[in-house]
Design a protein around this ligand. Structure first.
Ligand code: SF4
Length: 371
């Protein structure tokens, strides 16, 4: 089984205590009676895909939804089923909502092999949290992080959102300081997107979200302030203390293989990209391969380059040309040169990497460089 290089394993848990106003992920509030059935199906899927690809995994990510909502019993059962396929040093992350500390026994999760936690804090400001429809307070978030740390977790990430209704530079700085004061290792900082069909898109609160210019200022401000507190940027939206980059997430940007399990989960295995429909009934009832759908595009040199340009490590044009001989590395370097002086990117030998200012324009900039 271990002859081929290890892949990543993603398990989607589509349950949430309550739907947040802005959320477009495949998740919904469901009662505990669903959890057992779902867990059993996930375990079947782990067996099925691990045998199909004859792989082990050096990362496992429970994403959602709110995986910690399943509680330690179900999560430990899934871990027991996954264990034979995990490498000794596998990074195993579970996402959750702050405020779950009273529902989850972190010690048991740690003993079961989960070694990283990611909490959707979004903000430490109560007014902003309530505008987003979040169900936790900053105080509960601090208690949750403390409880996890006391149970031995030393790799914890928090999400921070930019462009929230009512958010100012001052309140963002308070949120950043709040995170830093908790002694965590990683921060994901995303810009709020108003997705069609979400309650936020129909609410007057949408008029209080930051406009493009303000959200860009907040982004540059966040990059600077996070850096000052020891969270080095390594991807458009991700910042980490030394040695604490998210290994599983990084494989998406490095074009590395992963198996996704659960409705809406995506996979990239053996050159093939596919996903499960956003339909829990199909996932529970139909044979797995019947519910897989092929991605319509992806896998070419443009995608490889675009993913690398999300990282501060950047794109090595010689590596690109080695993988895709149809590409001219000299041409790409030439295209990139005019953007170095205005501070949008850096060129170091054969490597091109965007600056925070460049990340703000990454789609347009990537197109200018590649074509
Ligand atoms: S907790 Fe996360 S997945 Fe669940 S509704 Fe809120 S944003 Fe969406």
């Amino acid at each position: 089984m271990n002859k081929k290089s290890p892949a990543g394993l993603y398990i989607h848990v589509p349950f949430c205590a309550q739907k947040c106003r802005y959320c477009d992920f495949y998740s919904f509030p469901k009662g505990e009676e669903y959890f057992e059935v779902y867990k059993n199906r996930v375990i079947e899927a782990i067996e099925f895909y691990s045998k199909k690809y004859a792989r082990c995994y050096n990362s496992l990510y429970f994403g959602g939804g709110t995986p910690l909502l399943l509680g330690e019993k179900h999560l430990c059962d899934i871990m027991a089923a996954a264990k034979p396929y995990l490498t000794e040093d596998a990074e195993v992350t579970a996402e959750g909502n702050p405020g779950v500390s009273e529902r989850v026994d972190f010690k048991k999760l740690r003993e079961a092999g989960i070694n990283r936690l990611s909490f959707g804090l979004q903000s430490s400001n109560e007014r902003e949290l309530s505008a987003l429809g979040r169900i936790h307070t900053a105080k509960e978030a601090a208690e949750t992080v403390k409880a996890a740390q006391n149970a031995g977790f030393d790799n914890i990430s928090l999400d921070l959102m930019l462009g929230i209704p009512y958010q100012t530079e001052k309140s963002l700085l308070e949120s950043i300081d709040f995170c830093a004061s908790l002694g965590i290792q990683h921060i994901s900082s995303y810009m709020l997107k108003i997705e069609e069909g979400t309650p936020l898109s129909r609410s007057d609160l949408r008029f209080l979200c930051a406009d493009e210019e303000k959200v860009s200022d907040l982004y540059l401000f966040a990059c600077e302030e996070l850096e000052k507190r020891g969270f080095a940027q390594y991807e458009i939206s991700n910042f980490a203390k030394e040695g604490k980059r998210a290994f599983h997430n990084s494989r998406y940007w490095l074009d590395d293989e992963y198996v996704g399990i659960g409705p809406s989960a995506h996979s990239f295995m053996e050159g093939r990209r596919y996903f499960f429909d956003r339909n829990i009934r199909d996932f529970l009832e139909k044979p797995f391969e019947e519910t897989e759908r092929e991605e319509s595009s992806g896998g070419g040199w443009e995608e490889f380059a675009m993913l690398r340009l999300r990282l501060t490590d950047g794109l090595d044009v010689f590596e690109l040309a080695e993988k895709f001989p149809e590409v001219s590395p000299e041409e790409i370097l030439e295209n990139a040169k005019p953007f170095e002086k205005p501070g949008l990117l850096k060129i170091n030998g054969s490597k091109i990497s965007f600056t925070p200012k460049g990340f703000l324009l990454s789609n347009a900039l990537t197109a200018e460089i590649l074509y």
